[in-house]
Write a protein that binds this ligand. Structure first.
Ligand SMILES: Cc1ncc(COP(=O)(O)O)c(C=O)c1O
Length: 467
Protein backbone atom coordinates (compact mmCIF):
# COMPACT_ATOMS: atom_id res chain seq x y z
CA UNK A 1 0.00 0.00 0.00
CA UNK A 2 1.22 3.51 -0.79
CA UNK A 3 2.18 5.51 2.26
CA UNK A 4 -0.21 8.32 3.14
CA UNK A 5 0.78 11.91 2.38
CA UNK A 6 0.91 14.64 5.04
CA UNK A 7 -2.09 14.35 7.38
CA UNK A 8 -2.81 18.08 7.11
CA UNK A 9 -3.42 20.70 4.43
CA UNK A 10 -1.54 23.99 4.12
CA UNK A 11 -3.26 27.19 5.26
CA UNK A 12 -0.35 29.64 5.49
CA UNK A 13 2.94 29.62 3.58
CA UNK A 14 6.33 31.18 4.27
CA UNK A 15 8.64 32.14 1.42
CA UNK A 16 12.13 30.62 1.24
CA UNK A 17 14.78 31.39 -1.39
CA UNK A 18 18.02 29.99 -2.71
CA UNK A 19 20.66 32.73 -2.94
CA UNK A 20 23.31 32.57 -5.69
CA UNK A 21 26.29 30.34 -4.87
CA UNK A 22 28.78 33.28 -4.74
CA UNK A 23 26.60 34.96 -2.13
CA UNK A 24 26.56 31.77 -0.03
CA UNK A 25 30.36 31.49 -0.28
CA UNK A 26 30.72 35.12 0.82
CA UNK A 27 28.48 34.53 3.85
CA UNK A 28 30.46 31.45 4.83
CA UNK A 29 33.78 33.31 4.69
CA UNK A 30 32.38 36.33 6.56
CA UNK A 31 30.97 34.09 9.28
CA UNK A 32 34.19 32.16 9.88
CA UNK A 33 32.58 29.03 8.37
CA UNK A 34 30.18 28.84 11.28
CA UNK A 35 26.68 27.84 10.22
CA UNK A 36 25.38 29.64 13.31
CA UNK A 37 26.49 32.91 11.66
CA UNK A 38 24.37 32.50 8.52
CA UNK A 39 21.21 34.65 8.59
CA UNK A 40 18.10 32.49 8.40
CA UNK A 41 16.89 34.32 5.29
CA UNK A 42 20.02 33.18 3.48
CA UNK A 43 19.18 29.52 4.14
CA UNK A 44 17.01 27.65 1.65
CA UNK A 45 16.26 24.43 3.54
CA UNK A 46 17.00 24.85 7.22
CA UNK A 47 17.59 21.48 8.88
CA UNK A 48 19.65 22.98 11.68
CA UNK A 49 17.26 21.87 14.35
CA UNK A 50 13.84 20.43 15.02
CA UNK A 51 13.73 22.56 18.17
CA UNK A 52 11.30 25.47 18.22
CA UNK A 53 10.85 25.18 14.46
CA UNK A 54 7.54 23.28 14.32
CA UNK A 55 4.61 24.58 12.31
CA UNK A 56 1.78 25.04 14.77
CA UNK A 57 -1.73 23.86 13.98
CA UNK A 58 -4.84 26.00 13.56
CA UNK A 59 -5.93 24.69 16.99
CA UNK A 60 -2.72 25.94 18.59
CA UNK A 61 -2.96 29.33 16.85
CA UNK A 62 -6.56 29.61 18.00
CA UNK A 63 -5.30 28.94 21.53
CA UNK A 64 -2.70 31.70 21.15
CA UNK A 65 -5.56 34.18 20.78
CA UNK A 66 -6.83 33.02 24.14
CA UNK A 67 -3.63 33.89 25.94
CA UNK A 68 -4.33 35.25 29.41
CA UNK A 69 -1.44 37.62 30.10
CA UNK A 70 -2.12 38.07 33.82
CA UNK A 71 1.02 38.07 35.97
CA UNK A 72 -0.37 35.47 38.34
CA UNK A 73 -2.82 32.63 37.83
CA UNK A 74 -3.30 32.90 34.06
CA UNK A 75 -5.88 30.44 32.76
CA UNK A 76 -3.36 29.00 30.32
CA UNK A 77 -1.20 27.82 33.23
CA UNK A 78 -4.10 25.69 34.43
CA UNK A 79 -4.69 24.36 30.91
CA UNK A 80 -1.02 23.37 30.76
CA UNK A 81 -1.25 21.79 34.20
CA UNK A 82 -4.18 19.70 33.01
CA UNK A 83 -2.32 18.63 29.87
CA UNK A 84 0.75 17.60 31.88
CA UNK A 85 -1.45 15.62 34.27
CA UNK A 86 -3.32 13.91 31.44
CA UNK A 87 -0.34 13.20 29.20
CA UNK A 88 2.40 12.39 31.74
CA UNK A 89 0.63 11.84 35.03
CA UNK A 90 2.66 14.48 36.88
CA UNK A 91 0.67 16.70 39.23
CA UNK A 92 3.36 19.28 39.98
CA UNK A 93 5.51 21.24 37.58
CA UNK A 94 7.24 24.55 36.97
CA UNK A 95 6.96 26.18 33.54
CA UNK A 96 10.19 27.50 32.03
CA UNK A 97 10.91 29.26 28.77
CA UNK A 98 12.97 26.37 27.42
CA UNK A 99 14.42 23.01 28.42
CA UNK A 100 17.83 24.15 29.54
CA UNK A 101 16.31 26.29 32.31
CA UNK A 102 14.73 23.13 33.75
CA UNK A 103 18.21 21.58 33.64
CA UNK A 104 19.76 24.64 35.23
CA UNK A 105 17.20 24.62 38.07
CA UNK A 106 17.67 20.91 38.71
CA UNK A 107 21.44 20.68 38.59
CA UNK A 108 22.23 23.97 40.32
CA UNK A 109 20.19 22.63 43.25
CA UNK A 110 21.08 18.93 43.30
CA UNK A 111 24.82 19.18 42.61
CA UNK A 112 25.84 20.24 46.09
CA UNK A 113 29.57 19.44 45.89
CA UNK A 114 32.18 19.17 43.13
CA UNK A 115 32.64 15.80 41.44
CA UNK A 116 29.08 14.53 41.84
CA UNK A 117 27.98 12.36 38.93
CA UNK A 118 24.87 12.47 36.71
CA UNK A 119 24.52 9.36 34.54
CA UNK A 120 22.39 9.42 31.37
CA UNK A 121 22.18 7.34 28.21
CA UNK A 122 23.75 10.39 26.47
CA UNK A 123 23.65 13.90 27.77
CA UNK A 124 22.53 16.55 25.34
CA UNK A 125 25.03 19.42 25.08
CA UNK A 126 23.04 21.86 27.26
CA UNK A 127 22.47 19.12 29.85
CA UNK A 128 26.18 18.40 29.97
CA UNK A 129 27.01 22.10 30.17
CA UNK A 130 24.55 22.69 33.02
CA UNK A 131 26.11 19.79 34.94
CA UNK A 132 29.69 20.84 34.27
CA UNK A 133 29.01 24.49 35.13
CA UNK A 134 27.81 23.22 38.49
CA UNK A 135 31.06 21.23 38.90
CA UNK A 136 29.41 17.87 38.25
CA UNK A 137 30.46 15.02 35.99
CA UNK A 138 28.12 14.15 33.10
CA UNK A 139 28.50 10.46 32.36
CA UNK A 140 27.16 8.81 29.17
CA UNK A 141 26.22 5.16 29.64
CA UNK A 142 24.40 4.29 26.42
CA UNK A 143 24.69 0.64 25.29
CA UNK A 144 27.67 -0.18 23.04
CA UNK A 145 25.39 -0.54 19.96
CA UNK A 146 24.39 3.11 20.44
CA UNK A 147 27.93 4.23 19.69
CA UNK A 148 28.28 2.35 16.40
CA UNK A 149 26.58 4.33 13.59
CA UNK A 150 26.28 1.26 11.35
CA UNK A 151 24.90 -1.20 13.91
CA UNK A 152 21.24 -2.13 13.61
CA UNK A 153 19.39 -2.35 16.91
CA UNK A 154 15.77 -1.34 17.58
CA UNK A 155 16.60 0.62 20.74
CA UNK A 156 20.05 2.11 20.36
CA UNK A 157 19.22 4.72 22.99
CA UNK A 158 19.01 2.14 25.79
CA UNK A 159 20.93 2.65 29.00
CA UNK A 160 23.72 0.14 29.65
CA UNK A 161 22.26 -1.34 32.83
CA UNK A 162 25.38 -3.32 33.70
CA UNK A 163 27.56 -0.22 33.73
CA UNK A 164 24.87 1.74 35.55
CA UNK A 165 24.76 -0.90 38.31
CA UNK A 166 28.58 -0.85 38.59
CA UNK A 167 28.50 2.92 38.90
CA UNK A 168 25.77 2.80 41.55
CA UNK A 169 27.73 0.19 43.52
CA UNK A 170 30.87 2.32 43.48
CA UNK A 171 29.54 5.87 43.74
CA UNK A 172 25.93 5.72 44.90
CA UNK A 173 26.27 8.52 47.43
CA UNK A 174 27.70 10.87 44.76
CA UNK A 175 24.72 10.50 42.40
CA UNK A 176 21.88 12.91 43.19
CA UNK A 177 19.78 11.94 40.15
CA UNK A 178 19.93 9.59 37.17
CA UNK A 179 18.65 10.84 33.79
CA UNK A 180 17.42 9.06 30.67
CA UNK A 181 16.97 10.99 27.42
CA UNK A 182 14.02 10.06 25.15
CA UNK A 183 14.87 9.85 22.32
CA UNK A 184 18.64 9.94 22.62
CA UNK A 185 19.41 13.09 20.61
CA UNK A 186 23.22 13.10 20.97
CA UNK A 187 23.27 9.41 20.09
CA UNK A 188 21.33 9.83 16.84
CA UNK A 189 17.73 10.37 18.03
CA UNK A 190 17.56 6.68 18.88
CA UNK A 191 14.73 5.40 21.07
CA UNK A 192 14.80 3.73 24.46
CA UNK A 193 12.63 0.65 24.98
CA UNK A 194 9.87 0.57 27.56
CA UNK A 195 11.64 -2.38 29.21
CA UNK A 196 14.81 -0.33 29.51
CA UNK A 197 12.96 2.65 31.02
CA UNK A 198 11.37 0.29 33.55
CA UNK A 199 14.67 -1.46 34.37
CA UNK A 200 16.54 1.85 34.75
CA UNK A 201 13.83 3.06 37.09
CA UNK A 202 13.96 -0.16 39.14
CA UNK A 203 17.73 0.08 39.46
CA UNK A 204 17.44 3.68 40.63
CA UNK A 205 14.82 2.64 43.20
CA UNK A 206 17.07 -0.18 44.45
CA UNK A 207 19.79 2.37 45.22
CA UNK A 208 17.46 5.17 46.33
CA UNK A 209 18.45 7.44 43.45
CA UNK A 210 15.78 9.71 41.90
CA UNK A 211 15.06 8.92 38.25
CA UNK A 212 14.29 11.78 35.82
CA UNK A 213 13.54 11.66 32.12
CA UNK A 214 14.70 14.23 29.58
CA UNK A 215 11.34 14.13 27.82
CA UNK A 216 11.93 16.36 24.76
CA UNK A 217 10.88 13.71 22.23
CA UNK A 218 8.67 11.53 24.38
CA UNK A 219 5.96 10.98 21.73
CA UNK A 220 8.40 9.94 19.00
CA UNK A 221 10.01 7.54 21.48
CA UNK A 222 6.61 6.08 22.38
CA UNK A 223 5.81 5.63 18.68
CA UNK A 224 9.01 3.58 18.25
CA UNK A 225 8.02 1.47 21.26
CA UNK A 226 4.65 0.79 19.64
CA UNK A 227 6.35 -0.14 16.35
CA UNK A 228 9.27 -2.16 17.63
CA UNK A 229 8.70 -3.59 21.09
CA UNK A 230 6.98 -6.95 21.42
CA UNK A 231 3.59 -6.71 23.07
CA UNK A 232 3.24 -2.94 22.56
CA UNK A 233 1.86 -2.89 19.00
CA UNK A 234 -1.81 -2.69 19.97
CA UNK A 235 -1.53 -0.08 22.71
CA UNK A 236 -2.40 3.56 22.12
CA UNK A 237 0.68 5.80 22.17
CA UNK A 238 -0.95 7.88 24.92
CA UNK A 239 -1.07 4.81 27.14
CA UNK A 240 2.58 3.95 26.46
CA UNK A 241 3.54 7.52 27.37
CA UNK A 242 1.66 7.26 30.67
CA UNK A 243 3.46 4.04 31.49
CA UNK A 244 6.91 5.47 30.65
CA UNK A 245 6.41 8.40 32.99
CA UNK A 246 4.84 6.30 35.74
CA UNK A 247 8.39 4.98 36.29
CA UNK A 248 9.93 8.45 36.66
CA UNK A 249 10.26 10.77 39.64
CA UNK A 250 10.23 13.74 37.33
CA UNK A 251 11.22 15.10 33.96
CA UNK A 252 12.82 18.03 32.22
CA UNK A 253 11.03 19.02 29.05
CA UNK A 254 11.75 21.31 26.16
CA UNK A 255 8.33 21.85 24.58
CA UNK A 256 10.15 23.13 21.48
CA UNK A 257 10.28 19.53 20.26
CA UNK A 258 7.35 17.22 20.97
CA UNK A 259 5.43 20.12 22.55
CA UNK A 260 5.00 21.29 18.92
CA UNK A 261 5.57 24.85 20.15
CA UNK A 262 8.11 27.49 19.21
CA UNK A 263 9.11 28.19 22.81
CA UNK A 264 8.48 26.71 26.24
CA UNK A 265 9.30 23.89 28.59
CA UNK A 266 8.82 22.67 32.12
CA UNK A 267 10.25 20.74 35.00
CA UNK A 268 7.88 18.21 36.53
CA UNK A 269 8.55 16.34 39.76
CA UNK A 270 6.83 14.15 42.30
CA UNK A 271 9.09 15.75 44.95
CA UNK A 272 7.07 18.72 46.15
CA UNK A 273 9.81 19.75 48.60
CA UNK A 274 12.29 20.04 45.76
CA UNK A 275 9.85 22.03 43.64
CA UNK A 276 9.35 24.44 46.52
CA UNK A 277 13.10 25.15 46.64
CA UNK A 278 13.26 25.44 42.85
CA UNK A 279 10.32 27.85 42.83
CA UNK A 280 12.40 30.44 44.66
CA UNK A 281 15.14 30.11 42.06
CA UNK A 282 12.59 30.16 39.23
CA UNK A 283 11.21 33.49 40.43
CA UNK A 284 14.71 34.99 40.25
CA UNK A 285 15.68 33.65 36.83
CA UNK A 286 12.39 33.16 34.92
CA UNK A 287 9.44 34.71 36.71
CA UNK A 288 6.39 33.87 38.76
CA UNK A 289 5.62 30.13 38.78
CA UNK A 290 2.37 30.41 36.83
CA UNK A 291 4.17 31.79 33.79
CA UNK A 292 7.86 30.83 34.16
CA UNK A 293 9.25 33.23 31.56
CA UNK A 294 6.48 32.58 29.03
CA UNK A 295 3.57 34.62 27.74
CA UNK A 296 0.15 33.14 28.52
CA UNK A 297 -0.36 32.46 24.81
CA UNK A 298 2.84 30.40 24.71
CA UNK A 299 1.67 28.33 27.67
CA UNK A 300 -1.50 27.63 25.70
CA UNK A 301 0.41 26.56 22.58
CA UNK A 302 2.32 24.04 24.69
CA UNK A 303 -0.83 22.86 26.51
CA UNK A 304 -2.39 22.04 23.12
CA UNK A 305 0.78 20.80 21.43
CA UNK A 306 1.36 18.16 24.12
CA UNK A 307 -2.05 16.65 23.36
CA UNK A 308 -1.83 17.05 19.60
CA UNK A 309 1.53 15.28 19.32
CA UNK A 310 -0.08 12.04 20.47
CA UNK A 311 -2.13 11.84 17.25
CA UNK A 312 -0.95 8.57 15.75
CA UNK A 313 -1.59 9.65 12.15
CA UNK A 314 0.77 12.53 12.79
CA UNK A 315 3.41 10.30 14.44
CA UNK A 316 3.20 7.72 11.65
CA UNK A 317 3.80 10.43 9.07
CA UNK A 318 6.47 12.18 11.10
CA UNK A 319 8.68 9.21 11.86
CA UNK A 320 7.93 7.75 8.40
CA UNK A 321 9.15 10.92 6.67
CA UNK A 322 12.47 10.78 8.50
CA UNK A 323 12.80 7.08 7.73
CA UNK A 324 12.05 7.54 4.01
CA UNK A 325 14.61 10.35 3.79
CA UNK A 326 17.21 8.10 5.42
CA UNK A 327 16.36 5.30 3.01
CA UNK A 328 16.85 7.61 0.04
CA UNK A 329 20.28 8.69 1.27
CA UNK A 330 21.27 5.07 1.81
CA UNK A 331 20.25 4.28 -1.79
CA UNK A 332 22.57 7.08 -2.89
CA UNK A 333 25.47 5.58 -0.95
CA UNK A 334 25.52 8.30 1.71
CA UNK A 335 26.46 6.58 5.00
CA UNK A 336 23.96 7.40 7.72
CA UNK A 337 23.43 6.30 11.26
CA UNK A 338 21.28 3.16 11.18
CA UNK A 339 18.45 2.81 11.81
CA UNK A 340 17.10 6.37 11.39
CA UNK A 341 16.01 8.03 14.61
CA UNK A 342 12.85 10.00 15.27
CA UNK A 343 13.67 13.57 14.36
CA UNK A 344 16.75 13.59 12.19
CA UNK A 345 19.06 11.79 9.83
CA UNK A 346 22.67 11.67 10.93
CA UNK A 347 25.29 11.37 8.20
CA UNK A 348 28.50 9.60 9.11
CA UNK A 349 31.05 12.14 7.88
CA UNK A 350 34.00 10.04 8.97
CA UNK A 351 32.91 7.37 6.53
CA UNK A 352 31.90 9.73 3.73
CA UNK A 353 35.10 11.79 3.98
CA UNK A 354 37.79 9.34 5.11
CA UNK A 355 40.53 11.65 3.77
CA UNK A 356 39.72 14.28 6.45
CA UNK A 357 41.05 13.26 9.89
CA UNK A 358 38.67 13.72 12.89
CA UNK A 359 40.71 16.60 14.30
CA UNK A 360 40.20 18.44 11.01
CA UNK A 361 36.45 18.22 11.56
CA UNK A 362 35.02 16.19 8.65
CA UNK A 363 31.43 16.81 9.77
CA UNK A 364 32.05 20.56 9.79
CA UNK A 365 33.49 20.25 6.27
CA UNK A 366 30.34 18.45 5.17
CA UNK A 367 28.01 21.00 6.73
CA UNK A 368 29.90 23.83 5.01
CA UNK A 369 29.62 21.96 1.68
CA UNK A 370 25.88 21.44 2.13
CA UNK A 371 25.33 25.14 2.58
CA UNK A 372 27.73 26.15 -0.19
CA UNK A 373 26.27 23.73 -2.75
CA UNK A 374 22.59 23.80 -1.85
CA UNK A 375 21.79 26.50 0.72
CA UNK A 376 21.04 23.70 3.20
CA UNK A 377 21.87 24.03 6.87
CA UNK A 378 22.65 21.05 9.09
CA UNK A 379 24.58 20.87 12.32
CA UNK A 380 27.90 19.26 13.19
CA UNK A 381 27.74 16.69 15.97
CA UNK A 382 31.31 15.55 16.13
CA UNK A 383 34.65 16.85 17.33
CA UNK A 384 33.60 20.50 17.15
CA UNK A 385 30.69 19.87 19.51
CA UNK A 386 32.06 17.06 21.64
CA UNK A 387 35.83 17.11 21.18
CA UNK A 388 37.78 17.45 24.42
CA UNK A 389 41.31 17.85 25.73
CA UNK A 390 43.60 15.50 27.56
CA UNK A 391 43.58 16.87 31.13
CA UNK A 392 47.33 16.29 31.50
CA UNK A 393 48.85 17.12 28.11
CA UNK A 394 46.10 19.40 26.78
CA UNK A 395 46.19 17.44 23.50
CA UNK A 396 42.87 17.54 21.62
CA UNK A 397 40.78 14.37 21.76
CA UNK A 398 38.28 13.76 18.95
CA UNK A 399 34.64 12.85 19.62
CA UNK A 400 33.68 9.18 19.27
CA UNK A 401 31.66 9.92 16.11
CA UNK A 402 31.77 12.55 13.35
CA UNK A 403 28.13 13.12 12.44
CA UNK A 404 26.19 15.85 10.72
CA UNK A 405 22.61 16.04 11.84
CA UNK A 406 19.89 16.96 9.38
CA UNK A 407 17.02 17.61 11.76
CA UNK A 408 13.56 17.65 10.25
CA UNK A 409 11.30 20.38 11.70
CA UNK A 410 7.82 19.09 12.52
CA UNK A 411 5.15 19.68 9.84
CA UNK A 412 7.36 22.17 7.93
CA UNK A 413 9.02 20.55 4.92
CA UNK A 414 7.43 18.31 2.32
CA UNK A 415 9.04 15.22 0.86
CA UNK A 416 10.03 17.17 -2.24
CA UNK A 417 12.13 19.52 -0.09
CA UNK A 418 13.90 16.46 1.27
CA UNK A 419 14.36 15.05 -2.23
CA UNK A 420 16.19 18.27 -3.12
CA UNK A 421 18.49 17.78 -0.10
CA UNK A 422 19.18 14.22 -1.26
CA UNK A 423 20.12 15.48 -4.72
CA UNK A 424 22.55 18.04 -3.29
CA UNK A 425 24.14 15.32 -1.17
CA UNK A 426 24.46 13.15 -4.26
CA UNK A 427 26.40 15.95 -5.95
CA UNK A 428 28.66 16.37 -2.89
CA UNK A 429 29.23 12.61 -2.82
CA UNK A 430 30.56 12.79 -6.39
CA UNK A 431 32.99 15.62 -5.51
CA UNK A 432 33.90 14.50 -2.03
CA UNK A 433 37.67 14.21 -2.63
CA UNK A 434 37.72 17.98 -3.17
CA UNK A 435 36.41 18.76 0.32
CA UNK A 436 39.02 19.92 2.81
CA UNK A 437 39.29 19.91 6.58
CA UNK A 438 39.04 22.87 8.92
CA UNK A 439 41.14 24.49 11.64
CA UNK A 440 39.46 26.20 14.57
CA UNK A 441 40.57 29.81 14.88
CA UNK A 442 38.41 30.70 17.89
CA UNK A 443 36.74 28.49 20.48
CA UNK A 444 35.29 29.38 23.89
CA UNK A 445 35.64 26.87 26.76
CA UNK A 446 31.95 25.96 27.16
CA UNK A 447 29.55 24.99 24.33
CA UNK A 448 32.19 26.00 21.80
CA UNK A 449 30.26 24.92 18.72
CA UNK A 450 27.85 27.85 19.09
CA UNK A 451 30.49 30.53 18.56
CA UNK A 452 33.59 28.77 17.19
CA UNK A 453 35.14 30.14 14.01
CA UNK A 454 37.14 28.21 11.43
CA UNK A 455 39.41 28.46 8.43
CA UNK A 456 39.68 25.93 5.64
CA UNK A 457 42.93 23.96 5.56
CA UNK A 458 44.65 24.52 2.25
CA UNK A 459 44.98 21.58 -0.10
CA UNK A 460 48.56 20.26 0.00
CA UNK A 461 50.63 21.36 -3.00
CA UNK A 462 51.13 18.57 -5.48
CA UNK A 463 54.76 17.70 -4.53
CA UNK A 464 53.77 17.45 -0.83
CA UNK A 465 50.81 15.29 -1.65
CA UNK A 466 53.01 12.94 -3.67
CA UNK A 467 55.87 12.86 -1.11
C1 LIG B 1 17.65 15.98 24.41
C2 LIG B 1 17.60 17.45 24.69
N1 LIG B 1 17.61 17.91 25.95
C3 LIG B 1 17.56 19.21 26.22
C4 LIG B 1 17.50 20.17 25.23
C5 LIG B 1 17.48 21.63 25.59
O1 LIG B 1 16.27 22.22 25.29
P1 LIG B 1 16.15 23.78 24.93
O2 LIG B 1 16.82 24.00 23.61
O3 LIG B 1 14.69 24.05 24.91
O4 LIG B 1 16.85 24.53 26.01
C6 LIG B 1 17.49 19.74 23.90
C7 LIG B 1 17.45 20.74 22.80
O5 LIG B 1 17.66 20.47 21.66
C8 LIG B 1 17.54 18.35 23.61
O6 LIG B 1 17.53 17.88 22.35
Amino acid sequence: MRSLPEPWRVKVVEKIQLLPREERVRLLIEGGFSLFKIPSEAVFIDLFTDSGTSAMSDWQWAGMMQGDEAYAGARNFFNLKQSIEDVFGFHHFLPVHQGRVAENLLFSTLLTRPGMIIPNNSHFDTTRANIEMNHGVALDLVIAEGKDPAKLHPFKGNMDLGRLRELFLERCEDIPVCMLTLTNNSGGGQPVSLANVRATSELCREFGIPFYIDACRFAENAWFIKQREAGQENRPVAEIVREIFSYADGCTMSAKKDGLANIGGFLASRDEGLLEVLTQRLIVIEGFPTYGGLAGRDLEAVARGLREVLDENYLRYRVGQVEAFGRRLTELGIPIMQPTGGHAVYIDARKLLPHIPPLEFPAQALSVALYREGGIRGVEIGSVMFGSEDPVTGAPIPAPMELIRLAIPRRVFSNSHLEYVAEVLEQIRDQREELRGFRMTYAPKVLRHFTARFEEIEAPVLEEALA
